[in-house]
Design a protein around this ligand. Sequence first.
Ligand code: LMR
Length: 342
Amino acid sequence: MRGRFLHALVLSAVGMLTAACGGGNGASAGAAGGPIVVKFTHVAADFTPKGQAARKFAELLQARSGGRIEVRVYPSGQLFGDKDEVEALQANNVQFIAPSIGKLISFDPRFQIGDMPFLFADNAAENRFWRSATGRELLRSLEPKGILGLSTWPNGMRQLMNSRRPVRTPADARGLKIRIPSGGVLVDTLQAFGAGASVIPFTDTYTALQQGVVDGTMATFDNIENEKYAEVLRYLSVTNMNSLSYGVLTNTTFWDGLAPDLRQVVTDAMTEATALAEKLSRELDERSMAALKARIAVTELTPAERQQFVDASRPVWATYEPIVGDDLFAAAQAANQPGPVD
Ligand code: LMR
């Protein structure tokens, strides 16, 4: 299934002529015989599923291309942060990025499906969605912008963390100001709980929390652990509010400039890196949750308490249904059942 998903994307890219196609290949092709040096930048820590999958992808690409491609991986926003990594990809100043899906909403508001509250039951459901015809079509909508979606990688469910008090119900969240990665649906979701929201780049979040610019953040166990939020926030509520996935994206000009055999090497390496990201997202999520439980107050909600969050946020679905489309909601809900969506 996954292989076919990638292959379909690859085929659509090969046949595609975008406005960006006329330019040169921004990857620095070494002088005669030297490798094509490309960059993979992302904002998460090196040890996260994204960090490790990016490194695996780089290793595989280098080995399987016989040294013809060299990928340099820059974690923790070392090269580009949330605000500029997508523009850098479009300009072909970097050849691979993996932003959380919600950060793509300026291209197409339908990407808000990934941030919809309590829609995907878990990462596996969101994976099935992105591998469905509907999910693949949505990723392909980036191609006229010079961006090719190669895959999606999961990284756990988002939880709610803050410095003020334990949160069990929406009433407890009232008045808290929460850092969010992207606007739109996440703003409306927090407002539905009576909380405020502020979009802050991932790499600025620890400082914003430490300085009290915001009271808390939405984040996965794995990011909470790697970003050391427990140093500055005391209360963690296991809301499983939404699923975090990354779109693994490349530049179409770079892609079109690759020899067909190298495109196949990239596709195969991406398939393996995706499998690793899926495995690690499960393993590290559990490991990080256990580590956090040993250190700070982790509030597990009862089903009735969680239901209060679900009920309070349900009007957000109605607001976004005309923007995101019934078809996407239907495909997302179908993806909550095991088995292929279409
Ligand atoms: C966030 O900004 O919260 C996430 O997208 C960060 C990441 O890339 O894991």
